[in-house]
Design a protein. Structure first.
Length: 236
């Protein structure tokens, strides 16, 4: 059974989440030593092969940077090319800030994973386990990028940014601690996103595998076509 820590300061061990969800705990990771803040690999659900993409909060807090965006984008496009469904586990606090990333083109490289998910027509199932902040939430197979089934655990936080950072900006010079507590109560949960249709359901962690297996069966005959054009103009 999957367990999700209710203490939001704790990091979920993403590889353990994956191994407890897939068939027989068998997960074949691709490029494990490159861009460790994102996990990519292959597994099976009731015998069906899938590609798994997941943020790794134990490395750089799970942020997306140039290398992880490129790694994730290449894997998503590979799965789409060979008609392999994609299961995404999300725990991402945002894109990595800093001049080094800016000078090396984080906008261009970060757009690759967004483009890859948006372009993919294979079945796409997403589970938000904890943090899903800002633009990084958007690019990780969200509903806005034609995700088929999007779920959130009760500990999911779907927001523009974390409560502390947001309140320090919005309520500067006021009672920041009290306002942070109010912000957490209102927004640091998946309810607001669910009301707006950004997630299909809020699920108990131990039901994650069953939901994914059911959805893969439903999506087995999915047939979605992109508009015809000579070729795509992806950000290179």
């Amino acid at each position: 059974q999957l367990a999700c820590p209710l203490d939001l300061g704790c990091h979920s061990v993403m590889k353990e989440v994956i191994s407890k969800t897939v068939d027989n705990g068998e997960f074949f990771e691709i490029m494990p030593d490159f861009a460790r803040n994102i996990i990519t690999g292959f597994a099976r659900f009731e015998g069906r092969p899938v590609g798994v993409v997941a943020n790794q909060p134990l490395e750089l807090a799970g942020v997306l940077d140039i290398n992880s965006s490129t790694k994730g984008a290449r894997f998503v496009r590979f799965c789409d090319a060979f008609n392999i469904p994609i299961v995404t586990f999300v725990d991402v606090p945002g894109y990595l800030p800093g001049t080094d990333q800016e000078y090396n083109g984080i906008i261009r490289h970060g757009a690759k994973i967004l483009y890859a998910y948006a372009e993919a027509t294979v079945p796409k199932i997403t589970v938000i386990t904890r943090k899903a902040y800002g633009g990084a939430y958007d690019v990780m197979s969200s509903k806005h990028l034609r995700g088929d089934y999007n779920y959130a655990w009760p500990t999911a936080e779907i927001a523009v940014m974390g409560a502390k950072g947001a309140c320090e900006i919005i309520f500067r010079g006021q009672n920041v601690e009290q306002e942070t507590a109010n912000y957490v109560e209102k927004f640091a949960n998946p309810l607001s996103a669910a009301r707006r249709g950004f997630v299909d359901d809020i699920i108990i962690p131990r039901t994650t595998r069953a939901r994914i297996c059911e959805d893969l069966e439903v999506l087995e005959t999915k047939d979605r076509k992109n508009p015809y054009k000579k070729h795509d103009n992806m950000p290179l």
